[in-house]
Design a protein around this ligand. Structure first.
Ligand SMILES: C[S@@+](CC[C@H](N)C(=O)[O-])C[C@H]1O[C@@H](n2cnc3c(N)ncnc32)[C@H](O)[C@@H]1O
Length: 278
């Protein structure tokens, strides 16, 4: 590669069917140039042979369908940069909206619990915004939790503790929360079959799929959270875009008040909020 390094990288990605080829090629090239910390920055037309090799191998991985964020090794989410890789779901931009909703509902004191934490995305963003809050985060997957713990340690956030297990089960039984957040699996098994190959081939299926039309885990959380929220506390949960009406009814039957469905920027039902009666 010579002066046309970027152009060639773009062409490689375009030929491989990557729709956002221009931007992705720039990000991959920029990351390789920025990695040489402390070295004078090389112009893009003079990559070292090692850098060229690295770029080629990353372009091949991308063309083979690996998610860009796994190849780059990180993703920016809300106010934090998170390391991600095999075994953990890549946090999605719409979940940043869940963080904003949670910030608006948190009363400013009391414990927070983030279930289904994955990379720790929601818990670590909230831990950054509310450094005084005690936050507990849970996930069923040991692999996901390893990424979450690595992220907490790199971000030097000491107000979050991680526990492996089902939903709220691994939290101390006496703990009561002023806010519970969750982005649980909510994709129905038949919908999962139609997801992009990049997702199905690389991201963990247990992070995405749930029975009962995708609603099984959310319904269980709604039931379990009732005994763990303080009076007036909020449960905030991401949901699938067709699940608003049935979940609203389920939450109503569980005895919550002020239940509301919030939409994402694309106008789709995406979050449910529900309040523990005072
Ligand atoms: C959709 S991902 C969300 C990850 C992260 N909160 C985010 O927004 O990027 C769902 C996560 O829930 C975890 N999970 C699945 N079933 C669970 C259960 N019964 N209890 C706790 N965590 C569970 C998965 O391992 C996965 O990390």
């Amino acid at each position: 590669m010579t002066a046309s390094i970027l152009a060639e990288a773009i062409r490689t990605l375009q030929d491989g069917g990557i729709t956002n080829a221009r931007q992705e090629a720039r990000w991959l090239l920029k990351q390789i140039l920025d990695t040489d910390a402390g070295q004078p920055r090389r112009p893009a037309d003079s990559l070292s042979p090692e850098q060229e090799e690295l770029l080629r191998s990353r372009l091949s991985r991308r063309v083979a369908g690996e998610p860009l964020q796994y190849i780059m090794g990180n993703v920016d989410f809300h106010c934090v940069r998170l390391d991600v890789g095999p075994g953990v779901l890549i946090p999605r931009p719409e979940t940043e909206q869940l963080v904003e909703i949670a910030i608006s509902l948190y009363p400013g004191n009391g414990e927070i619990c983030d279930v289904c934490t994955g990379s720790g995305a929601i818990a670590l963003a909230l831990a950054t915004i509310f450094p005084q809050a005690k936050i507990t985060a849970t996930d069923i997957s040991a692999r996901a939790l390893a990424w979450a713990e690595q992220n907490a340690s790199r971000l030097q956030l000491t107000n979050v503790t991680f526990h492996q297990g089902d939903l709220l089960a691994p939290t101390p039984p006496t703990a009561r929360f002023a806010l519970i957040t969750a982005n649980p699996p909510y994709v129905a098994p038949d919908e999962y079959a139609h997801l992009e190959r990049t997702i199905k081939d690389h991201e963990p299926p247990e992070a995405l799929i749930a029975d009962d039309h995708g609603q099984a885990i959310i319904k269980r959380l709604a039931r379990d959270a009732r005994s763990r929220l303080t009076p007036g506390a909020w449960l905030v949960c991401e949901i699938g875009d067709t699940q608003g009406a049935p979940l609203k009814e389920h939450f109503r039957r569980q005895g919550y008040q002020n239940i509301d469905i919030k939409r994402d920027f694309a106008g789709r039902d995406r979050f449910i909020i529900a309040q523990q009666p005072v």
